[in-house]
Design a protein around this ligand. Structure first.
Ligand SMILES: *[C@@H]1O[C@H](CO)[C@@H](O)[C@H](O)[C@H]1NC(C)=O
Ligand SMILES: *[C@@H]1O[C@H](CO)[C@@H](O)[C@H](O)[C@H]1NC(C)=O
Ligand SMILES: *[C@@H]1O[C@H](CO)[C@@H](O)[C@H](O)[C@H]1NC(C)=O
Ligand SMILES: *[C@@H]1O[C@H](CO)[C@@H](O)[C@H](O)[C@H]1NC(C)=O
Ligand SMILES: *[C@@H]1O[C@H](CO)[C@@H](O)[C@H](O)[C@H]1NC(C)=O
Ligand SMILES: *[C@@H]1O[C@H](CO)[C@@H](O)[C@H](O)[C@H]1NC(C)=O
Ligand SMILES: *[C@@H]1O[C@H](CO)[C@@H](O)[C@H](O)[C@H]1NC(C)=O
Ligand SMILES: *[C@@H]1O[C@H](CO)[C@@H](O)[C@H](O)[C@H]1NC(C)=O
Length: 756
């Protein structure tokens, strides 16, 4: 009685497994190949044995009338005959055994105390501790989603766990009846900026292009639908692609089919077919590197391959025979150091292969341009995320040849291609207009300084002359006029007698008075005709004036071309349109005028070393001041400011250190607008540095500085270390003793003159 009961118990517990009807497999059960299956709770998926002749454990849709296998456990280890079984060991290992109880397949996982295996309704077959939450992925010690076959289901990740090195990829079946892996694989390449590639054995056949925030660059038709959305995640721990379905009745999957094509298939219940919603590769240009390095493929072109602008075929005879595999090479080498390179935009592009490119998410597109221009190995850049306000953010930079570049009629994106100046098309240069404005700005400043220089030279000459003739009541006039023939060595200036000026200013009437500056009042006058002038009458109480002019007696006046808008900045702002508002910083906004005025007048920031130290003054001393001003304009920083990256350096030292490292473009004020002509700014920096050379004979003359600034693409000398590169120096304490005027002077040109 007892023994018979015991036998029945034994049979029921070990030989005849309890019926499997639910979604859970526990260690006291096994799933045998006699029609037993697990069915997920919602009835969406089913797990069991399948196959004719060779038997496999797999998962298929239970509601789709055409048997569609989405996962196979033992795709490489089929079982012959129908005596196989699937079970879970007490330590949590899943095993498939054959008729002789030999393990043909097993899952690897860490040991568990009370394991269960469960088929979830999303198609994931998981192993977890029996008491744990089946909705919490962290409780899964093993899951089929981590070992995809050829199918990506909603919520599955295609890609990497970078911590564990798990690489989830899709590999096509060998044939309709053989799930064994074929040569076709779809996998995420995590090198450089990640992309997804299709492989045929070890050859890349197609790539998605980098994710641009909205879609893959190489899938322009990709978009989010009500029922379907996509995600590509790149972070420290993971790089993966995934898609999500927002309507349970929408049945879709992504596969690599036996032809090596990736397809999105959607189930159409009415016609009982899997419809190809999308697939890739599609056309000739989708083939990886169809047109070779630096080639561009246009499926509507004839022939489809072309060289990028500024490039020509590497092997012209093969190219003519439509063999583009060797690609193209540059016509003109990049001219990195000299800063004359520029960019052309390739629109509608599938971004080139990013497996060796770098991404910086912190950069805006404008900064991206700057960084690319500074780095001699940068060949192109593009926005990493085009979804921010349409303009783009983040920076992808290519430092190699551009591989597998193609264009689309619709939906491509912009790629900025770096070219040497000679290969740039000036008409297509979007920065042309600003370019002109920048030249105007710089010229305006230069003219002011030329006037200063001229005045100073005049003053020196007159000092000598005066010693012999002991004149009094001198009036000197400086105007926008250089004698080119003398190459700036000497500048001829007209003289005016006091009477003319008295007439012009209506006897210095209060109505003619424009304002009061640190050195004295400023009057507006008219020399007759069109020529309006501004007259600065140096105040006799001006301490600094006395220092500067202590050998002179009587009236001292500076006469300038009158600027109707009162100050340089005002004029510039008139000319500048909205886009130039950032220039406001560089030409001294209203509230900064006073500070700048005082600096110009009272500090050594603008004085040349030889003048500050030895009192030696020359034409080249003004060139030094000009150089400082140019650098301040470009950088929007004060010479005597302190820079967090180099606290011991002043602007000159900072500019020099950046220049030496080839990072000069970092000096340019970050607030500079998009498509600012970087070559122009770099030339300004170079000229600025040349002007602030320690030795006067290393500085250019004012007139050559003008030519240098204005000449596009001219070869400029390389600057050496400038004078005064440190913020702390022996002059620091001296400067505090120099008298500083508290009265604001609005006209910068007048202020500059007084500095001398
Ligand atoms: C099972 O064992 C028998 C007897 O040793 C052998 O003939 C048969 O080939 C084995 N089956 C498999 C699948 O190895
Ligand atoms: C679980 O037990 C099996 C043998 O029953 C063994 O082969 C496997 O390594 C064990 N797994 C773990 C994670 O301990
Ligand atoms: C990646 O793998 C590590 C180590 O196995 C694991 O701790 C981590 O949870 C995994 N990350 C994700 C997002 O699955
Ligand atoms: C696909 O994944 C497997 C397993 O992680 C790996 O061995 C194989 O190299 C991967 N293939 C590619 C092309 O990444
Ligand atoms: C693979 O997909 C392509 C594109 O949808 C299709 O033309 C081809 O017939 C498919 N191959 C197989 C074997 O299904
Ligand atoms: C850059 O300018 C220097 C002279 O300053 C010249 O020697 C050099 O060839 C130029 N580089 C290029 C690439 O044109
Ligand atoms: C240029 O860019 C490459 C790639 O990011 C980088 O390795 C290199 O250090 C950069 N060079 C300079 C001078 O910044
Ligand atoms: C791209 O920009 C959008 C909008 O700012 C943002 O929501 C998204 O997270 C960004 N994508 C990446 C990958 O940074």
């Amino acid at each position: 009685m007892t023994s018979r009961f015991f036998l029945v118990y034994l049979l029921s517990s070990t030989l005849i497994s309890p019926t499997i009807g639910g979604d859970i497999l526990s260690p006291d059960q096994s799933l045998t190949d006699n029609g037993q299956t697990l069915i997920s709770t919602g009835g969406t998926f089913q797990l069991g044995f399948f196959g004719s002749g060779k038997r496999y454990v797999g998962i298929w849709y239970s509601k789709v009338s055409v048997r569609t296998i989405v996962w196979v456990a033992n795709r490489r280890q089929p079982i012959t005959g129908t005596s196989g079984s699937l079970s879970i060991k007490t330590n949590g290992t899943l095993v498939i055994t054959d008729e002789n109880a030999t393990v043909v397949w097993y899952s690897s996982s860490r040991a568990l105390a009370n394991p269960v295996a469960q088929l979830l309704d999303n198609g994931n077959f998981v192993v977890r501790e029996s008491g744990s939450n089946s909705n919490d992925p962290n409780s899964f010690v093993w899951q089929s989603f981590d070992f995809p076959t050829d199918t990506l289901l909603p919520g599955m990740k295609l890609g990497w766990n970078l911590t564990s090195g798990l690489n989830r990829n899709l590999t096509a079946w060998t044939s309709d009846s053989d799930p064994a892996p074929s040569e076709y694989t779809m996998a995420v390449d995590v090198r450089g900026y990640p992309e997804i590639f299709l492989w045929s054995q070890t050859t890349r056949t197609w790539r998605t292009g980098p994710w641009n925030g909205l879609r893959f660059s190489g899938i322009p038709e990709m978009k989010t639908y009500d029922k379907l959305s996509f995600d590509f995640v790149v972070n420290r721990d993971e790089v993966f692609y995934s898609f999500y379905v927002h309507d349970a009745s929408f049945i879709t999957r992504l596969i690599v089919n036996q032809s090596g094509i990736t397809q999105r298939l959607v189930w159409i219940e009415q016609s009982k077919i899997w419809n190809a919603f999308w697939f890739a590769p599609k056309d000739q240009c989708d083939k990886v590197s169809q047109c070779g390095p630096n080639g561009v493929c246009d499926p509507n072109g004839s022939p489809i391959c072309d060289c990028l602008k500024g490039f020509r075929p590497q092997n012209p005879s093969n190219w003519d025979l439509r063999d583009a595999s060797e690609g193209c090479r540059r016509q003109t080498a990049l001219d990195c150091r000299n800063g004359t390179d520029g960019f052309v935009t390739v629109s509608g592009a599938k971004l080139p292969d990013t497996s060796s490119s770098v991404v910086d998410w912190s950069l805006s597109l404008e900064q991206c341009r700057t960084v690319c221009l500074t780095n001699c190995s940068c060949t192109a850049y593009a926005a990493a995320n085009i979804s921010v306000g349409g303009t783009g953010s983040g920076c992808i930079m290519w430092t190699t040849e551009l591989a597998d570049l193609r264009v689309y009629t619709n939906g491509g994106q912009d790629l900025s291609l770096r070219l040497a100046a000679a290969d740039l098309d000036s008409e297509s240069n979007p920065s042309h207009r600003r370019h002109i404005v920048v030249i105007i700005v710089v010229l305006a400043v230069m003219i002011t300084l030329l006037a200063t220089t001229a005045f100073c030279i005049r003053r020196r000459r007159r000092k000598k002359k005066r010693r012999s003739t002991s004149m009094s009541g001198n009036i000197s006039f400086s105007e926008r006029y250089i004698n080119e023939g003398r190459e700036g060595k000497d500048i001829d200036l007209p003289l005016f007698d006091l009477g003319t000026i008295v007439d012009a200013t209506n006897n210095f009437s209060v109505h003619s008075k424009l304002g009061e500056g640190g050195f004295g009042p400023v009057y507006k006058g008219n020399l007759g005709g069109e020529q309006e002038i501004a007259v600065k009458r140096l105040s006799k109480t001006s301490v600094q004036g006395l220092d500067e002019f202590k050998n002179e007696d009587g009236e001292r006046m500076l006469i300038y071309e009158y600027m109707p808008n009162r100050s340089l900045d005002a004029i510039l702002f008139d000319k500048a349109k909205a886009g130039l508002l950032d220039w406001r910083r560089r030409i001294f906004g209203g509230d900064e005028t006073e500070a700048n005025t005082r600096r110009v007048v009272g500090t050594y920031g603008y004085m040349s070393p030889e003048y500050a130290m030895d009192g030696v003054f020359s034409v080249k001393s003004d060139v030094f001041s000009f150089g400082v001003l140019v650098l301040e304009i470009v950088s929007g920083k004060r010479n005597r400011g302190v820079y967090h990256s180099a606290p011991q350096l002043n602007l000159l030292g900072y500019a020099w250190s950046l220049w030496k490292e080839g990072r000069a473009s970092e000096l340019v004020d970050e607030s500079m607008g998009y498509s600012f002509p970087m070559a122009e700014a770099l030339r300004c920096i170079q000229v600025g540095l040349l002007c602030v050379q320690d030795r006067p004979d290393h500085r250019p003359t004012m007139s050559s500085a003008v030519v240098m600034l204005g000449s596009d693409g001219a070869v400029l000398p390389q600057p050496r270390q400038p004078g005064f590169v440190a913020t702390k120096g022996l002059l620091e304490s001296d400067s505090s003793t120099s008298k500083q005027d508290s009265v604001s002077v609005n006209d910068m040109s007048i202020t500059m003159a007084e500095g001398r």
